[in-house]
Write a protein that binds this ligand. Structure first.
Ligand code: F6P
Length: 326
């Protein structure tokens, strides 16, 4: 194993995701295991530009793997789009002899990382973390499983009211432009329908299903991805314009889906990804993203993350419909 890399820095960037802390712990502990120095950068690329960087020791990552969010803080940093700011960021790393970087985040994070690595020849490895699970080049991103379970639990709670009052609930879930969270939560919570950006809606068909449910005095859960134009309120407006309103309620789950204790799957993948990222740098690798391919731990080109993601399983949609026919 080559030991050229000696001082590794890490940052979290973009939306926080459960499992980020567990991956920070894994990176720090793996570095210490290999006698490397490791530095935490605060608030994503912002801290890199502002030189908000601190060496991390064993205890700095004690008791963090079970909590959501990120102890390093995060940001969607606009300044990092500017070349002079990236130059400043590089100078800050150079002044501490930092010779490699691990970035934990989503496609925006990796876009910045790829440019930065190309400009300054700095070895960089990415760890995918976003509740949206929308990064091409990996089947899994940290935080997705936890967010999914939180969403399912919220849907279960809403179902209590839906069934007690024989109501129709339009529940909006996060996911940015990806319907994965919506689709998977819908199949796991017995939803009647799901609206998501990956498919064109037949609104008349949905209206008919809902009128049928109302006529039969049944409750229904309809999951609406936030990436769907208009979201849940947009669907409700349409139904209202068609004369359906009284029995319909909207619930927007929002950021409740992003926090919370990571599940087993997120903790395990965080440990695997964090360790693999450090080992990859030790082996002299760069511009790669750790992730899952065909169910196994893999390292893929970081730039793959910039392509449209296509892991959504549309068969679930057929299943949802088959299982909810009256
Ligand atoms: O990418 C994670 C995510 O929670 C998306 O699902 C959502 O669209 C977005 O971030 C919200 O971002 P913010 O918290 O910056 O408003």
């Amino acid at each position: 194993m080559s030991t050229k890399v000696q001082n590794i820095a890490l940052l979290t960037s973009g939306g926080d995701a459960p499992g980020m802390n567990a991956s920070i712990r894994a990176v720090v502990r793996t570095c210490l295991y290999h006698n490397l120095n490791v530095f935490g950068i605060y608030d994503g690329y912002n801290g890199l530009i502002k030189n908000d960087i601190k060496e991390m020791k064993y205890k700095d990552v004690s008791n963090i793997l079970q909590s959501g969010g990120t102890i390093l803080g995060t940001d969607r940093c606009q300044e990092f789009h500017e070349k002079e700011m990236r130059q400043q960021a590089f100078e800050n790393l150079k002044s501490r002899n930092i010779d490699a970087l691990i970035t934990i985040g989503g496609d925006g994070t990796f876009k910045g990382a790829s440019i930065f690595s190309k400009e300054h020849g700095l070895p960089i490895i990415g760890i995918p973390a976003t509740i949206d699970n929308d990064i091409s080049g990996t089947e899994y991103t940290l935080g997705f499983d936890t967010a999914l379970n939180t969403t399912i639990s919220a849907l279960d709670n809403i179902r209590d009211t839906a069934s007690s009052h024989h109501r129709i609930f339009l529940v909006e879930v996060m996911g940015n432009n990806s319907g994965q969270l919506a689709l998977y939560a819908a199949v796991a919570s017995g939803a009647r329908e799901v609206f998501m950006p990956e498919k064109k809606e037949d609104l008349v068909d949905i209206k008919n299903k809902i009128s049928q449910a109302i006529k039969m005095n049944r409750s229904s859960m309809i999951v609406v991805s936030e990436g769907e134009v208009g979201g849940a309120r947009g669907v409700k407006d349409y139904l209202k314009s068609e004369g359906l309103d009284e029995k319909i309620r909207v619930s927007v789950l929002g950021h409740i889906q992003r926090g919370g204790r990571p599940t087993f799957r997120d903790r395990l993948n965080a440990a695997l990804f964090g360790e693999a990222a450090v080992v990859a740098l030790l082996k002299g690798k760069t511009k790669l993203m750790v992730g899952i391919t065909d169910g196994k731990l893999a390292l893929n080109d970081l730039e793959l993350s910039q392509q449209p993601s296509s892991v959504i399983n549309m068969d679930y949609l057929k299943l949802i419909r088959k299982l909810s026919v009256y």
